[in-house]
Design a protein around this ligand. Sequence first.
Ligand code: HEM
Length: 499
Amino acid sequence: MSELTFVLGILSTACVTFLFIKWLLQNRGKRYPRGPFGFPIVGHLPFFGNHPPSTFMKWWKSYGDVFSIRLGSWNAVVVNGFKAVKAAAEHPDDAFSGRPNFVSMELLIESDNEERFAFGNFSPVYLKQRKLASKALRLFTSKRSEVIEELVTNEATSFSDSLIRKYSTTPGFIELDVQTLVTRIIYQILYGRGKQVDVDKHVKVIIKSLDEINEFSGSGSPIDVLPWLRYVMPWKITAFRQTIAKADGIMTEQVHEHYDSFSTGNIRDVADAIITSDADDEDNKDRYVLTRSRLNFTLGDLQGAGVDTTNKTLSWLILYMTKFPHVQERVFAEIDAIVGKNRDVALNDKPDLVYTNAVILEVMRIVTQLPLSVPHFAMKDAMLNGLDIDKDTVVIFNLYSVHHEKEFWEDPECFRPERFINDDNKLDSDKCNHVLPFSLGRRRCVGEFLAKMNIFLAFSIVMQRCKFVKPSGESLDLTPIPGLVYTCKDFKVLVQKRN
Ligand code: HEM
């Protein structure tokens, strides 16, 4: 052995020992979440299986409410069960309210070099975007709810008529019809009523881009969490960039049109409401200016987050109604008894349609459309459940585990809407509060109120008019297709007119 090799050997050993001692001192007294065995480089990705939320539930049993995994290149913890998810989401220091800078995020941001909203980090710009969006949505969902009611009623009525026309004798796939219905509703709420959505030009682009974003950014999608894969699969990145550019193009068109035709006192839609709220808001004036590209992003994220989630919820509802005809019959009976056949279901009927509400809650519970929510990120060192979570750790809320916690739900795998109804024929508030499809805390879904309104009204109006029947030979598989938002497999159905 040469002298040089000997010296290098001593130096490396000293370095390793020094780093190890430094690590020990830094972590003295810390209690980190334990976790299962994972591989170097890819971490736990190969063990996720077809349904990561269920795999996480198995690990939950062995490692407790909060356990560690390696999500590709990222350190992550998975938070399970109602108590722990609530504690993480409502952490007093907003410690876990950030978003990780996954590859999809980087690509979304680079398109305009601006901070995004739904996927943006917890910055002053994000806070302002959220404030403007909440204010604008509140204006439309509370003060001007009749505008939305009329819009959804008209759209859901023509949707029902069209389904009956197309599929009363020949069964058909209804996914595109549902996507078109929801895209039209959200599009008009954001950009203006009566605006004719160009089905070929806009709806298809929006739907296609959402499908691609959903696939690319689903929790556990390797391309999103292994940044080096972009050099192995550059075509995936190029395709994603093209998708974003097309979807952004639609928003840009709308944003320019709004700035050009905006007039104070005539708030036509959410885009106008955001422009007005910004003009009225004295807070943060020095730090934030609502530019066209920021408005573009805020609207884009409302559109992206609102369309896919709502349309998938409606598709799941129709699938469950077709699969469980006795539940469908009870919904018909309730609507017929309370609303009758001579008028449309209205938002005012919501408190009285107890069983219909229970069906919506039960489908949202059993499916959990965003089973792992949108990933959160630790912005500082913080404690959770008595464990240390380091800054820059990805924090995954397993909402699916909240909805399938055996101790609380007893038979979580059974589809049983009556579980939500108490002896006084009212919705059980404790059970309702344990359904968290919109998550909790500072990043809780900003469109929750609008989504609940749209889903209740569209579903009830469709149920008033249509009966969904399983065609012979159709199996109606309830297994979801994973992604950021869990989708039902496309299914064929017969749609009969109700008398
Ligand atoms: C059934 C329908 C919907 C479901 C299940 C749903 C669910 C969710 C969930 C789980 C999150 C992530 C919360 C977190 O980070 O912990 C979220 C965020 C968000 N949702 Fe929804 N959502 C729905 C409809 C809507 C609608 C209609 C809109 C707007 C028009 C909307 C806009 C947003 C936005 C902007 C965010 C990001 C909030 C933030 O990061 O501060 N969502 N949603």
